[in-house]
Design a protein around this ligand. Sequence first.
Ligand SMILES: [Zn+2]
Length: 119
Amino acid sequence: MIITVLHGYIRQRPVVERKMGEEICEVCGYRSQLGAVGKHPIIPSEIMEQAGVSKSQISRICANCRIELERWYAVEVNRMVYDEMDQRFRDRTPVEMVKEYQSAFNGFKGYKKKTIKVL
Ligand SMILES: [Zn+2]
């Protein structure tokens, strides 16, 4: 048991030991020694190139979460935004798209945490 003091609260959490070669999905906690959990950039490389950002945030996620994340992005990532100044919709800039993907990824992680039962 590891005990940490964070903001004045004492938190206890079990020690999570990883077996040799085991990877843990950072979204759902799934463990695999057989390659089902891998590194995945949270922002598509073409968006990163367009935004001129070279370092993408990499997540370790399982195959199921990867599929769900792609579907989540298809619904949650909006390529258009309403421009108050011009009073019409316009394409998001590449930098805005990077933020949009980051926000969608955080929303996905939050959604998954709510739906996973903690024993
Ligand atoms: Zn997962």
